[in-house]
Design a protein. Structure first.
Length: 86
């Protein structure tokens, strides 16, 4: 158990940040799965819309809960997959 006031504060801040980061990561995973499912359905308009939403959430997480390059790679691959749809 922490005794110093600053240590106690750090513990609280860490808990809050952990909760926010976990929620953000989960949200990104959910929207990426939705975009993949939309792409597999074959409807290009729905897939494009789902990809746009997923891209927004991925880029919000970039630099915070995931590395920027990983975020860019995910967005690039999703966009490429939707672009190839007929």
């Amino acid at each position: 158990m922490a005794y110093h006031k600053s240590s106690k504060k750090r513990i609280l801040v860490t808990k809050k940040k952990n909760a926010v980061n976990t929620a953000r990561r989960t949200r990104v995973k959910t929207y990426v799965k939705k975009a993949q499912k939309a792409a597999e359905s074959g409807d290009k308009a729905v897939a494009a819309k789902a990809t746009r939403v997923a891209e927004s959430h991925i880029m919000k997480a970039a630099g915070k809960t995931m590395p920027k390059k990983r975020a860019s790679r995910k967005v690039s691959r999703m966009t490429k997959k939707v672009g190839k749809m007929a």
